[in-house]
Design a protein around this ligand. Structure first.
Ligand SMILES: CC(C)(COP(=O)(O)OP(=O)(O)OC[C@H]1O[C@@H](n2cnc3c(N)ncnc32)[C@H](O)[C@@H]1OP(=O)(O)O)[C@@H](O)C(=O)NCCC(=O)NCCS
Length: 193
């Protein structure tokens, strides 16, 4: 219920430095084909490190059919009718872990560098506060996901751990996984509800 209330502010329009205006709103069931097309536009070298096989139609199908905002909140950004970014906040169902949320974000290469990724992360941080989470984290592959690391650090995340050799790159070489965390201060924002 609290998630539905927190999502009531959407859709919103944001104008960014590339002189484009994007609509940001929660993922909807009718987005299935558009979301699948979006992921096919993401370069293979970026997709390789994502946690899901996002171009498999059954993966997108399962996400959409199983939309459960108490577990995953998905925001999409649209340029007119086209999905050009996807950002998600993942929570565990287990009571011992529900106070933390994991963030993931992907932006269409044609729309990168204008602040869209940072804007979506900021939206998910605000959402995390409204959901009264204690902290948010990213797991990002060192150097391979450097833009995401820069964006997260720019928004106040701090590297709290490096898991050596946790990920294999497409050549089979071991790469480090950085864990970046942001502590959410419940006092920082007065909720309007
Ligand atoms: C990470 C990602 C979402 C950032 O999206 P974006 O819309 O480009 O984000 P922003 O425009 O807010 O830029 C974020 C940072 O990326 C870097 N960056 C973006 N565009 C850049 C460019 N053209 N040249 C150099 N650096 C650039 C900058 O460090 C920037 O931080 P800054 O604005 O503080 O300098 C996008 O690069 C992406 O989808 N990458 C592939 C997927 C991925 O790695 N996801 C993370 C796994 S969860």
């Amino acid at each position: 219920m609290i998630t539905e209330i927190a999502l009531k502010k959407y859709p919103i329009k944001v104008a960014l430095g590339n002189e484009r205006t994007y609509e940001i709103r929660p993922l909807e069931r009718s987005d299935k084909a558009s979301l699948h097309r979006f992921f096919t536009r993401i370069p293979e070298e970026d997709r390789f490190y994502l946690k899901e096989n996002v171009t498999a139609p059954e993966v997108v199908h399962d996400w959409i059919e199983a939309i459960d905002p108490s577990r995953v909140v998905s925001l999409v950004a649209l340029d007119r009718d086209t999905i050009v970014a996807d950002a998600t906040l993942h929570r565990s169902r287990a009571p011992a872990r529900r106070h933390v949320g994991e963030l993931r974000v992907v932006v269409d290469p044609e729309h990168r560098g204008a602040g869209l990724g940072s804007k979506l992360i900021q939206e998910l941080i605000d959402l995390g506060r409204r959901l009264e989470l204690d902290r948010l984290f990213f797991e990002l592959v060192d150097r391979r996901e450097q833009d995401a690391i820069s964006a997260a650090i720019g928004l106040g995340f701090e590297e709290v751990a490096v898991l050596r050799g946790r990920v294999k790159d497409s050549y089979g070489s071991l790469q480090d996984l950085a864990v970046l965390e942001l502590s959410l201060d419940a006092e920082a924002e007065q909720l309007p509800f």
